[in-house]
Write a protein that binds this ligand. Structure first.
Ligand code: SAM
Length: 287
């Protein structure tokens, strides 16, 4: 393994960006880590062992990639900014366990790039597309066992939120349906260059082998969830009506599910969403 200076330091990062004439792009969410403890914390949260296949999203100048490579991971890293490819070629020179791919993580065929039975996703995510990235991995049922990502603290709080509060929404339900999420630690703006305007958090989402609730149709489950949160101030009954249930069917579905239609979506647990979705599916199948 190569002996290299740790990139996760302010002076090293400044030296790299100046040498290559890189201006960090706000549009691409380029806030590079400059705190080695945070890199180590992410690598530890992902429990990397020798030979672990890891997909990294947005390696930037190679800061977290270096931490993963040093821990022995087999890293495939996807970077959108073409300007960074030369930089990465230099900063990660000598690590033969790293493969850099140029592309947009939302557009590339991931299974073609990382053809493994199981792999981990580890990333300091670009904040402008956090939710679409996480949802892509979950909805497409890619063979991911764990996602350890840096996100805005507020987004992490929404991912782990329980029913009843303002943070609970469609993202909470989806993340908790597919994974067991835990906030590992909070990261202050000073850990990045340039510092973002908000606090961040590292969240670990362990993908479930089977959802925590039984649903007859996942499509219907998420249709109900979407309807329930579409207009937060509406009652559940009104939300479901707007989603296409007529008055008679609505009554039947709610009775069968044992749920009071005057409640609001933000009060419903995953079990209750599943009960509504299953009652609706049953009604459709009976007709
Ligand atoms: N991993 C580095 C670190 O921790 O210092 C950089 C993280 S920075 C927050 C996010 C990175 O994602 C940037 O390098 C940015 O260019 C890249 N990026 C932004 N949009 C992307 C996309 N759609 N696909 C792949 N990479 C993207």
């Amino acid at each position: 393994m190569a002996i290299k200076p740790c990139i996760a330091q302010k002076d090293v990062t400044l030296h790299i960006v100046r040498t290559f004439g890189i201006h960090m792009s706000k549009k691409l969410g380029q806030n590079f880590l400059i705190d080695a403890n945070v890199v180590d914390g992410i690598v530890a949260a992902a429990a990397i062992t020798e030979g672990d296949p890891v997909l990294e999203i947005g390696p930037g100048i190679g800061t977290l990639t270096q931490g993963l490579a040093e821990a022995g991971a087999e890293v495939t890293a996807v970077e959108l900014d073409r300007r960074l490819l030369d930089v990465l070629g230099k900063t990660l020179e000598g690590y033969n366990n790293v493969r850099i791919i140029h592309g947009d993580i939302l557009k590339i065929d991931i299974s073609r790039e990382i053809n493994k039975e199981k792999y981990k996703v580890v990333a300091n995510l670009p904040y402008y597309i956090t939710t679409p990235i996480i949802m892509k991995f979950l909805e497409e049922k890619l063979p991911v066992e764990l996602l350890v990502t840096m996100v805005q603290k507020e987004v992490a709080e929404r991912m782990v939120a329980k029913p009843g509060g303002k943070d609970y929404g469609a993202l909470s339900v989806a993340v908790q349906y597919y994974t067991q999420p835990e906030i590992m630690f909070i990261v202050p703006p000073q850990a990045f260059l340039p510092p973002p305007a908000v606090e961040s958090a590292v969240i670990r989402c362990t993908v479930r082998s089977k959802p925590p609730v039984e649903v007859a149709s996942e499509k219907m489950f998420f249709r109900v969830v979407k309807a329930a949160f579409a207009q937060r101030r509406k009652t559940l009954a009104n939300g479901l009506k707007a989603a296409g249930l007529n008055k008679d069917d609505l009554e039947q579905v709610l009775t069968q599910a044992g749920i009071d239609g005057t409640r609001r979506g933000e009060q419903l647990s995953l079990d209750e969403f599943a009960a509504i979705a299953n009652a609706w599916t049953k009604l459709l199948n009976a007709n």
